[in-house]
Design a protein around this ligand. Structure first.
Ligand code: F6P
Length: 550
């Protein structure tokens, strides 16, 4: 398989990047007043404006040619039809089947998995209704009022991010809590105000081996049974979502209370499966289906739209352009909607666990920069914290701004202020302000020459900082489904362009294995085995200081 760098389109982009580095977006906007029309895409439930990137029509044409030379369309076909594109784990990648609302048959090893998905949804629906209608009773006959989801990574971030995003759509008949950290402080804080008679735990773990989740689940069982004095109460208060039924049963979960997962769904792409159960319990099953429908809208857009207007393809190409060709090393996710306060944490896992790799499909070191690190925060909070860096540091950080035209929770005067900041910041990051403009401004304000000489260089904003603007009509189950699917497909295309195995995560295994060994050492009275001097020193300090700290 040829390396991407030998493709003619790759080489053309390298040459083109050198030319574009000397351009300023201000000049590109001045030279072409139709940039917004040219470089924006209307999607179901949202608009994507990518005109504030350092691109011209020629750049986009070259990028699209690269996508074609990388066979993005045939890879897309392979993913949706269930080919084993997760090569290192010999698995298909079919999270899209979970929201295949037209229920077209998808065959995997002779089985129509659309049928499995429908059966799983039917089970989720029945369970959700039982709990929400108060028909599912706890050990003392009381209805369930609180759900505690125990899971980490993909078994936490997706459902929690969506629960937070869709809070205004919850009828508050059920409270949903999340425990992901093995630091006992979290589970202790979550459980303290709860009544064990009315709590239902969901143990969410695709593998049902994740140490942090198992530790939390055992603590939850102890908490319940120390109140119920009855081991059989576990059946009424614990359900599991897993692809490892055997381990869940061995843990003590009633077989009827186990919801299926499949190895063709990656953990970080799993919120569309029963991993999304807390979402359905919080909002009601119909709204969970709307979430799936929103994702399906984008699946259709991704499959049916020519590459030139295909939003996930464009986002992936722009990431490649900004990072691999223009040298950006990180990317900010900046939501201007309180609902999306967990979006950057969610996308950190989605993008960095998928594509944060440096070996290609054929096992060779990749010679070019791959994906950026992803970080971010609510835009307004960021403005008063790290935007200084975005505007004036000598590192360029491309940013995605995400906001809504309509607020779901309108409070007079707030939304205009919020969105004025969204528009102002993207404009400022693009246009900047040069020294001449600064001097004129300060002169008009009557400042002295010596003051202007001193301050002017500090007030210069070079601008030319790329942003994408995603304007959602309003936050809803359907539009959130679409937003997440948009990023999922961006990540998939990024992986294809970079020749990265996006669906494995070997990089998290090394630390996990070492932690198991070290935990045994922490628990033992024996001297520890030799590590490097730093790790040995830290463990010995920990053991000798334990219980002696003030
Ligand atoms: O540690 C990484 C990871 O394997 C993620 O990919 C996954 O989402 C998370 O752990 C949780 O895994 P599980 O659902 O099997 O507990």
């Amino acid at each position: 398989m040829t390396s991407r760098v030998s493709l003619p389109s790759w080489q053309a982009l390298q040459t083109h990047a050198k030319e574009m580095k000397s351009q300023h977006m201000n000049d590109l906007f001045a030279a072409d007043t139709s940039r917004f029309d040219k470089f924006s895409v209307q999607l179901p439930a949202m608009l994507l404006d990518y005109s504030k990137n350092l691109v011209t029509a020629d750049t986009m044409e070259k990028l699209i040619t690269l996508a074609k030379e990388c066979d993005v369309e045939s890879w897309r076909e392979k993913m949706f039809s269930g080919e084993q594109i997760n090569k290192t784990e010999d698995r298909a990648v079919l999270h899209t089947a979970l929201r295949n609302r037209e229920q077209t048959p998808i065959y995997l090893d002779g089985e129509n998995i659309s049928d499995c998905v429908e059966a799983a949804l039917t089970k989720m629906k029945a369970f959700t209704e039982q709990v929400r209608q108060g028909k599912w009773k706890g050990y003392s006959g009381k209805r369930i009022t609180d759900i505690v989801n125990i899971g980490v990574g993909g078994s936490n971030l997706g459902p929690q991010m969506v629960t937070e995003a869709l809070k205004p759509y919850s009828d508050d008949s059920i409270n949903v809590h999340y425990v992901s950290n093995v630091d006992g402080t979290q589970i202790a804080n979550v459980l303290r105000p709860l009544n064990p008679e009315k709590v239902l735990f969901i143990v969410s773990s695709k593998t049902f081996t994740t140490a942090e989740t198992m530790t939390n689940a055992k603590t939850a069982v102890k908490w319940l049974t120390s109140a119920s004095f009855d081991q059989t109460s576990v059946a009424k208060h614990f359900v599991a979502v897993t692809a490892n039924k055997e381990n869940a049963v061995a843990f003590g979960i009633d077989e009827d209370n186990i919801f299926d997962m499949w190895d063709w769904v990656g953990g970080r792409f799993s919120l569309w499966s029963a991993i999304g159960l807390p979402i359905a319990l919080d909002l009601g099953f119909e709204k969970f289906i709307e979430l799936l429908e929103g994702a399906h809208d984008i699946d259709k857009h991704f499959c049916e739209t020519e590459l030139e207007n295909n939003a996930p393809v464009i986002l992936a190409l722009l990431s490649l352009w900004n990072c691999t060709f223009l040298g950006a090393q990180s990317q900010a996710i900046l939501p201007y909607d309180q609902s999306l306060h967990m979006l950057s944490a969610y996308l950190q896992q989605a993008e960095m666990e998928s594509n944060g790799k440096s070996v290609s499909w054929h096992g060779e070191e990749i010679s070019y920069p791959t994906v950026p690190s992803i970080w971010g925060e609510l835009g307004i909070n960021g403005q008063h914290a790290f935007y200084q860096y975005l505007h004036q540091s000598n590192n360029v950080v491309p940013a995605d701004f995400i906001g809504s035209v309509e607020s779901v929770t309108p409070v007079q005067g707030h939304h205009e202020t919020l969105m004025a900041n969204f528009f102002a910041q993207t404009q400022a990051l693009m246009a900047g302000v040069n020294e001449e403009q600064v001097r004129v401004d300060l002169t008009v304000k009557g400042r002295s020459k010596s003051y202007i000489d001193k301050v002017a260089p500090h007030k210069v904003h070079k601008g030319n900082r790329p942003t994408n603007s995603i304007l959602m009509t309003r936050i809803s189950p359907r539009s959130i489904g679409s937003l997440i699917a948009l990023y999922e497909h961006k990540i998939f295309v990024q992986g294809v362009l970079l020749q990265i195995c996006s669906f494995d995560q070997w990089g998290v295994e090394l630390g996990k294995g070492l932690a198991n060994e070290i935990q045994a050492e922490l628990e033992s009275e024996e001297n520890i085995r030799p590590h490097d001097s730093s790790t040995t020193g830290l463990i010995n300090f920990y053991k000798s200081t334990l219980n002696k700290a003030d």
